[in-house]
Design a protein around this ligand. Structure first.
Ligand code: NAI
Length: 477
């Protein structure tokens, strides 16, 4: 029986960060991960590889389409998809190796295999040999097919999520697939049908559209990006449509299957669509299979998540859960913040996450980013608010970049002027939103933001102008 202070199940952004923070605080920490590479969905088959492909496909597209406006003439632009995919894989392996190095540095014992809770303070690791690869040995790793038993005062479940299935959609791990397959198509599809206009559908739909595929996005709702500010989502729809993505809104997909080398997608009240690849992106579901939750009396909620209190405590004493497996947005940084807060709570009795200040970014071109409340949420809550808007086309830096689409929209409390929400559609929105998150975290007013010096010429000036706009005092516009 191996003894540890803390066992973390799952080495994604939630789990590995929790493990490191707990080790920093002096605990003897073990982390169980079934995959050979650390880093979870985010590093291996999510955020990072998708961003690599988004960047590469954008470069390809720019070389073909938009460099001319800069007076740069490029002849004979060719796509080497194999090289593009190799670059992505190299970025992933570099980062996952980095997490391994962090584990060593922080003296975290790594177990490779499936972690299962077998009673209070007890976790078994069921080791499995990965097909096609020789099982790598780690400190504390069980031999293939065997079980290692551990005892720990504290256990954190950070097992993440997987693609949610859709009844009727027959995934075949190839032509009808999820984001995992869409990160590695061996050739550019002629026609890709994307089911669901959320983050994944729009990001990966953009990648393949830029590389030359006809992309049709089918969305059940009458809008894209549910949960995002409606006005911003509407403008994003216009811009993405202009780029060549085809959207069919208000369409309920009832099935998809492979048919020889083709695929057929069926929808309610519409002719079936023939295509050569299907990407299912209708959300994600928590991973709780075979975790042994019943052995400690943990029952899932109606959406398959592990219920926790404000300190990530489950119904079972000493067992905590963080990240995609609990309530809240399924975002890597939300899981990271919870990992830190949970480790700190275990050791110090304190640990906190401010769910009102968690930004979200969709890496389309232009990027779409948000933090805090949407206009719809404020209306529903009956809260009086003021709006300040500033368009990138009036900003010198945006003009010099040649990225003038989009806007910054700031929502502030009508009485106190406190910033309640910031929504950005435009160049580098994902980086710009950091300022807004800090402002919300510090309880800033629109006036505070407007009075902070912003370097010129920068895109960030659009935030300052939008903050001035809350009081009708925009300078350049
Ligand atoms: P999502 O929840 O963002 O969007 C799913 C979409 O599918 C919704 O618009 C929904 O209305 C639609 N849908 C559901 N059933 C449908 C049907 N039968 N027919 C047509 N449309 C249907 O889910 P997505 O894009 O799969 O992302 C999953 C999670 O991963 C999200 O929570 C997201 O936050 C996260 N993620 C975050 C990224 C980022 O931070 N950049 C990137 C990718 C994913």
């Amino acid at each position: 029986m191996h003894q540890h202070d803390l066992v973390v199940i799952g080495a994604g952004p939630g789990g590995y960060v929790a493990a490191i923070r707990a080790a920093q605080l002096g605990l003897n920490v073990a982390c169980v991960e079934k995959e050979p590479a650390l880093g979870g969905t985010c590093l291996r088959i999510g955020c990072i590889p998708s961003k690599a492909l988004l960047e590469s496909s954008e470069r390809y597209h720019a070389a073909r389409e938009s460099l001319r406006e800069h007076g740069v003439k490029v002849k004979g632009v060719d796509l080497d998809l194999g090289d593009m995919l190799k670059r992505k894989d190299k970025i992933v392996s570099g980062l996952t190796a980095g997490v391994e190095a962090l584990f060593k540095k922080n003296k975290i014992t790594r177990y490779q295999g499936h972690g299962r809770i077998v009673g209070p303070g007890r976790v078994d690791v069921l080791s499995s040999r990965h097909e096609g690869t020789e099982a790598r040995r780690h400190e504390g790793e069980a031999a293939a097919g065997s079980t290692v038993s551990m005892q720990a005062r504290h256990v954190i479940i950070a097992t993440g999520s997987k693609s949610a299935p859709l009844p009727g959609v027959e995934l075949d791990g190839d032509r009808v697939g999820t984001s995992t397959e869409a990160l590695g198509y061996s050739e550019v599809p002629k026609h890709l049908v994307v089911i669901g206009a959320g983050y994944i559908g729009l990001e990966l739909g953009s990648v393949w559209c830029r590389l030359g595929a006809k992309v049709t996005v089918l969305e059940y709702l009458d809008r894209i990006l549910p949960g995002m500010d409606a006005e911003i989502a509407k403008e994003a729809l216009k811009l993405l449509t202009r780029q060549g993505l085809e959207f069919e809104l208000g369409v309920r997909v009832t099935g998809a299957r492979r048919d020889g080398k083709k695929c057929v997608v069926t929808c309610e009240g519409r002719e079936p669509i023939a295509c050569d690849r299907v990407l299912l992106s209708v959300g994600r579901a928590p991973c709780t299979d075979d975790l042994g939750l019943e052995s400690v009396g943990i029952r899932l909620d109606e959406r398959g998540r592990i219920p926790v209190d404000d300190h990530f405590r489950t119904a079972a004493p000493g067992i905590y859960a963080i990240g995609d497996v609990i309530r809240g947005p399924m975002l890597a940084h939300k899981a990271e913040d919870e990992g830190v807060a949970c480790a700190e709570f275990i050791v110090t009795g304190y640990g906190h996450v401010n769910y009102d200040a968690i930004p979200g970014v969709c890496y389309t071109e232009p990027e779409i980013a948000a933090v805090g409340k949407t206009e719809e949420q404020l209306k529903e809550a009956g809260r009086a608010y003021k709006v300040g808007t500033y368009h990138f086309r009036a900003n010198g830096r945006a003009r010099s970049l040649g990225h003038i689409d989009g806007r910054v929209k700031i929502l502030a409390d009508a009485q106190t002027d406190r910033i309640l929400g910031v929504h950005i559609l435009g160049p580098r929105a994902g980086d710009l939103i950091a300022e807004a998150a800090v402002a919300i975290e510090f309880g800033a007013s629109a006036e505070d933001l407007a009075r902070c010096s912003h370097a010129h010429p920068t895109l960030a000036e659009c935030l300052k102008e939008a903050a001035l706009g809350v009081h009708g005092r925009v300078i350049n516009g």
